[in-house]
Design a protein around this ligand. Structure first.
Ligand code: FAD
Length: 512
């Protein structure tokens, strides 16, 4: 076994450059540590979508040394405080609530105060007050399109959790510049052949423009092509189209009507008959796309649906069409090759798991890094961890569809049919009919989504938990009601104190 001295990353999208920058920091590349080379093709573009993130991105940017103001400026980035789901429970135009919110802030839990969820289930927050609205002030802030923090003593601070929206092309460019400043060597070339050795490990990667490249560890970030892990190593892909139906996307970049247009401070996910539309507000434009199931809807229909949503602002625009490979590889690290990003798997854009999974994989590779060259144990742990994480994300995403009351198309009827659910999701929902989700239902290090996220979506989708005789134990209703009132008052204060989202960004850019 030879110690690992050289790492070769194939692919220069979000996966490639985020992994390169993270490992360069972790492995001390600029200070004479493990050498990292990234090869990317100038003929094959990056996927160029993937503009919504999860709050973990803040820790990742900080770990690689990219400050917030620099990031906002370079990537046209904005603040994302959660996701608003429109028309997921019932179709547009039907009486009843037509949206719910998945905030990134946790439910309020003051020391000594009772846990609020059981009291909310019993109606103590007041009739018609949605769970997310009752337990955090974030929904009030997002409804008013305000930012998550404000200027205080030369800094920007606030109580609300958030992630970002950003321009994917500009993010990859920033990461590439930053990765190189951390010592990553960039090679512009297209990999056209891979030689394996007698054990089945990668021996050499041949490129058209830069000849043969060799390394001790190869990281496949070549996107859906999966040039190394799929084509060369043959690691099987587990398709999941029978559970998660959307497999096509049409994407547009839509300019604002005026430069000072308010910017939404959450992703809007608006359900349609055969899928849903994402709407992401950046500084100068919105990213809007329709993801749909090709089994339930043809491309022309899907484009009409997208155009109806965008309105005249999209008349001169041509949407980009993307085919999505929904599923993942159960073995993402084999021999000396590990996959990160779309080459390892993809589970549709709802809840922004894509970049979150890249962060997880990069972090794991850094933690498990087999300096001595003994890759077997690291690979086995990596594969087990990523598999478990994927299984749980699939359940979380499917839950959004499974609980719908929509029956207006085969797409929604098929999603609501329990035969399309996973066994693990069916079990979870069965448990939660008699009691709400609790912390110990989850192995939190493996989960991407914390228990509160499951609660927000479950009760946003109007799932019914019947507490039955357990209500007898709820003896602190007065305190819970006071908490609900206090949260509403804090929401009103926050609206006064926090600036509109666009104003916050302008203030931060002015100080950058
Ligand atoms: P890519 O961006 O495709 O990059 C592949 C790289 O490999 C390129 O640099 C290319 O040049 C290189 N390459 C390929 N073949 C070769 C070769 N033979 N030789 C050399 N180089 C090669 N994720 C989120 O977190 N949030 C979202 O909101 C979200 N929305 C999405 C919406 C859609 C419609 C899709 C499809 C995905 C979305 N994702 C989202 C996922 C996200 O876009 C990806 O996880 C992310 O962009 C990473 O992509 P990647 O780097 O793996 O692949």
């Amino acid at each position: 076994m030879n110690p690992i001295q050289d790492v070769l990353i194939v692919g220069g999208g979000t996966a490639g450059w985020l992994t390169a920058a993270f490992l360069a920091k972790q492995l001390g590349t600029a200070r004479g540590g493990v050498r990292i080379t990234l090869v990317e093709s100038s003929d094959i573009g990056i996927i160029g979508v993937g503009e919504g993130t999860f709050p973990s991105i803040r820790g990742t940017l900080s770990a690689i040394g990219i400050g917030e103001a620099r990031f906002l400026e370079a990537c046209s980035a904005t603040f994302k405080q959660g996701i608003r789901f429109d028309h997921w429970v019932r179709p547009e135009g039907t009486p009843g609530h037509d949206h719910y919110f998945h905030p990134f802030s946790q439910p309020s839990q003051r020391p000594g105060a009772p846990e609020l969820l059981p009291y909310w289930l019993r109606g103590e927050a007041g009739a018609g007050r949605a769970f997310a609205d009752a337990v955090t002030l974030q929904k009030a802030v997002v409804d008013a399109r305000h930012g998550p923090k404000r200027a205080v003593d030369g800094d920007f601070v606030g109580p609300l959790n958030y992630a970002y929206h950003f321009d994917a092309g500009r993010f990859a460019a920033l990461l590439a510049e930053h990765g190189q400043s951390l010592g990553v060597k960039r090679v512009l070339a297209t990999v056209d052949r891979v030689d394996l050795d007698e054990r089945g490990a990668i021996a050499t990667v041949h490129t058209r423009e830069a000849g043969a490249l060799t390394a001790d560890l190869y990281i496949d970030c070549s996107g859906f092509r999966a040039r190394l892990i799929g084509e060369a190593m043959g690691s099987p892909f587990k398709p999941l189209n029978d559970v998660l139906f959307v497999d096509r996307a049409l994407a547009m970049q839509v300019p604002y009507g005026r430069p000072d247009a308010p910017i939404a401070s959450c992703t809007i996910a608006s359900a349609r008959q055969h899928g849903w539309i994402w709407d992401i507000g950046l500084q100068e434009r919105r990213g809007i796309g329709h993801v749909y199931s090709s089994r339930h809807c043809d491309d022309d229909d899907a484009e009409r649906v997208l155009r109806r949503y965008v309105g005249p602002a999209g008349d001169a625009l041509t949407p980009r069409k993307l085919t999505l490979n929904v599923g993942y590889r159960e073995t993402q690290w084999t021999h000396n090759c590990v996959a990160v990003g779309l080459s390892g798997g993809f589970l549709e854009p709802l809840e922004s798991s894509g970049i979150g999974l890249i962060e997880t994989a990069a972090y794991l590779i850094g933690q498990l890094f087999p300096f001595n060259g003994d890759m077997g144990p690291a690979a086995r742990h990596f594969n087990a961890f990523m598999r478990e994480r994927y299984v749980r994300i699939v359940d979380f995403i499917k839950m959004h569809y499974a609980l719908t009351q929509r029956r207006d198309s085969a797409f929604w009827r098929d999603n609501a049919d329990p035969s399309s659910w996973t066994g693990t999701l069916t079990d979870k929902l069965a448990m939660w009919r008699a009691r709400p989700p609790q912390r110990l239902d989850f192995i939190t290090d493996v989960e991407m989504y914390l228990p509160a996220s499951w609660q927000y979506v479950l009760y946003g989708m109007e799932f019914k938990t019947d507490l039955g005789a357990a209500t007898a134990a709820l003896t602190r209703a007065d305190e819970a009601r006071r908490e609900f009132q206090a949260i509403a008052q804090l929401g009103a204060h926050a609206l006064r104190d926090l600036p509109p989202h666009r104003a916050l960004i302008e203030q931060m850019l002015a100080r950058a």
